[in-house]
Design a protein around this ligand. Sequence first.
Ligand SMILES: C[S@@+](CC[C@H](N)C(=O)[O-])C[C@H]1O[C@@H](n2cnc3c(N)ncnc32)[C@H](O)[C@@H]1O
Length: 459
Amino acid sequence: MTGKISEPAQLTYLTDLTVRQFNVLHSPKNNGSARTDSAKYLAELGVEIINRRQPIQFLPNSNESVHRWSPYVQGFSASFVQRTLDFHRHEYESPVVLDPFAGSGTVIVQAKLNDMAAYGVELNPLLHFVAETKINSWATDPIRFLNVARHLAVRKPTKAPGFLKSEKHFTPGALGNLEKLKGGIDSFDPASDADKHIKDLILLAFASILIDCSNLKRTPCLGYSRSKNVEDDAPFILFSKKIEEIAEDLQMLHSKYTHSIEHPAEVHLANSMEFEHSHTYDLVITSPPYMNGLDYVINYKIEMGWLGFAVSHRQLKRVKDDMVVCDNVSKGLIRNFASAAGRYTNPWIEEIKEGIYANIQQRGSYRRKDMPEIVHKYFDDMYKVMQKVFVALKPRGRIILVIGDSLIADTYLPTDLIIARMGQEMGLSIERIEKARDRHSGQIRSYKLRETIVTLRKE
Ligand SMILES: C[S@@+](CC[C@H](N)C(=O)[O-])C[C@H]1O[C@@H](n2cnc3c(N)ncnc32)[C@H](O)[C@@H]1O
């Protein structure tokens, strides 16, 4: 920040800070746990949560073939998907798999490696591109890919996207080299379908190194890193490493997975709240956005800008507004929702909304005063997705969701149990709810939240 803060502004800032700190310090939820706060909901559902600790996050994917082509903090692990496929595969003749929140395509890639037909839906155009490239470029000749990627001619550097503050995101040296690299990629004009796949893979490699070449970090939200020291030639070094990895994996696919290469797999660029599925599914394996969680557009704005999937902040906002809601959503969207007719609700949601509202009143200050409506919209959005998926689910089919709960203004939100209840209301049975790990999130770090795997079955 430059210049001095005016005295009234300074006072407001200090008062706000103190109010927030006071509220955190005096929260009745300090040292509390989701376990205690879930008891009444579990009793009503008539289920128990099974403890089944397991690695579930994306991190190990950075060493897994194909999955490692692009880093993605919010994904789940390929090994979790594999365990789930192995556990259920024998119950279906040739299982058809869906992920309505495909993200970087972990489910679809893993299902394809298992010779299963797999489909996905993803609303962020960058992530759709990532997932599609990861599943539909397997026939690419690794030698030709390496040849093209290593000999890109730099006729003219491509300027960094105008609407991003690239001079803040990168050092001048790294930025100049990224512009040269992008210029080289843009000068490759694919003359065939095979070359189009090569170009997509090269663009994927470029997108996947951008954050590593910047002063930014994603842990999991995008922010500046104080400790990073990026060398000017990082773009060339990291890009070379990435294309070597991709070529190595293509080679592996050609030697061990020839039968999988042409297996059908597709990710649709669409909104899962509205998407009419043309297939029916045996296994829906997915991880929806978490309530109060991440902004899947702002977090990927750098890659979206450089790859041309967004040319303005307004365009980013439009994509964000269509997504399952997060607490970074525009106030206007929530105002419109609050007066909309036909919204999904149930007594739990109403009680939770009242709790959040009362606690915000009592606290006197909160990040978003419209939080009760944001929470409501989240479940309304999820209901719409569940309805579309339910219709496309085959009899005996399963929906398996990895989901985390939340604590909002001292009110516990059992997201997993609310979604399980939603499923029950639609006619699905709750087969299992397993706790995969404890987690801590939000202001009250001492409160123990959880990440669960909810399995619903169509009878
Ligand atoms: C938790 S991530 C899924 C990650 C995925 N399991 C993986 O391993 O890559 C949730 C995804 O849902 C997407 N999403 C949010 N709202 C959506 C909507 N209405 N329709 C389709 N996708 C949506 C987000 O862009 C994000 O990629």
